[in-house]
Design a protein around this ligand. Sequence first.
Ligand code: SAM
Ligand code: DTB
Ligand code: SF4
Length: 338
Amino acid sequence: MPHTQNVPLPTPRGAARREPPTSPRWTVDAIAALYELPFPTLVHRAHTTHREHFDPSAIQLSSLLSIKTGGCPEDCGYCSQSAHHDSGLAAQPLMPLEDVLAAARAAQAAGAHRFCMGAAWRSPKPRQVAAVARMVAEVKALGLETCVTLGMLDDAHARELADAGLDYYNHNLDTSPEFYGKVITTRTYQDRLDTLQRVREAGIKVCCGGIIGMGEDRRVRAGLIAQLANLDPYPESVPINNLMQVAGTPLYGAEALDPFEFVRTIAVARITMPRAMVRLSAGREHMDDATQALCFLAGANSIFYGEVLLTTANPRVDADRRLLARLGMHTGDGVCMA
Ligand code: SAM
Ligand code: DTB
Ligand code: SF4
């Protein structure tokens, strides 16, 4: 077997700046080649990249709150909140400000540094944006980093959220352009890219990732990472979700992903987006401690913290605290050092 130094490692196209600026920095082939590396070589390369930019022992704790649950007009095949599927979830109206603030204070008291609010909307209405902008300003005043995910935005809404002090807007590409139509039909890939552009232009940091474990193949996963890595600039925050299977949704019963393939995806995200926060997001409830530790080694530096995500289960906070302690890791604010 070749020694590690002799393994030819794929390099990004255009890294030496010989390509015209419009050329993609990462091809799907180059990313697929990363996935093909022997596991130790891939994780070593990802971990080396991670150490160049972040404290490798620090994990940012991010809490999630569903501020408006269910009844969503979109048909995302994975989602418990779509009105197209019968997941048994009761739709609820937008939460009052005081309840959101109480949840944010509780998350902060439990140790979270970041608070993400999610709403099951296709796109928010003006009065809804105004209500969320108020929530953002008040959550931020507590000293928490803020993120919201509200669906598609127009320019004015993105500016209003920026003016409220919003740090990040989460809007996922979810999968590759080729696989997308098998998962969602009510909005296009381009719709998603357009919202990301508006968020960027408003000066809000972009949180954009996807879901794996939806029955896609590795080429699809490489295609998603290529889309993310070729955004110019790439997202400051990249959540990688493992599908949480919800009974009644079309993707319920999809073949479970090999845990090493999840770790590989984290590693590939870290290598291609070295300064991004790479978030080990949905799916930890069904992931053993050793797999999570491998994700941290491969460059994940944030987790969702708290016993529910938006509607599905997440590990207990004491279990997460114990895991970090067993690994000799600590919580951090997610600041990139280089
Ligand atoms: N409605 C907004 C939207 O879709 O943009 C915001 C909320 S939506 C629930 C946020 C993201 O959560 C989705 O883009 C998807 O990546 C992730 N997500 C939703 N359901 C999931 C599931 N069952 N398993 C894993 N990730 C999921
Ligand atoms: C993201 O990428 N994952 C989070 C957050 N962004 C909003 C949401 C995960 C949702 C998992 C399914 C649920 O709890 O309903
Ligand atoms: Fe609606 Fe978002 Fe769920 Fe899609 S992922 S159905 S847009 S809440």
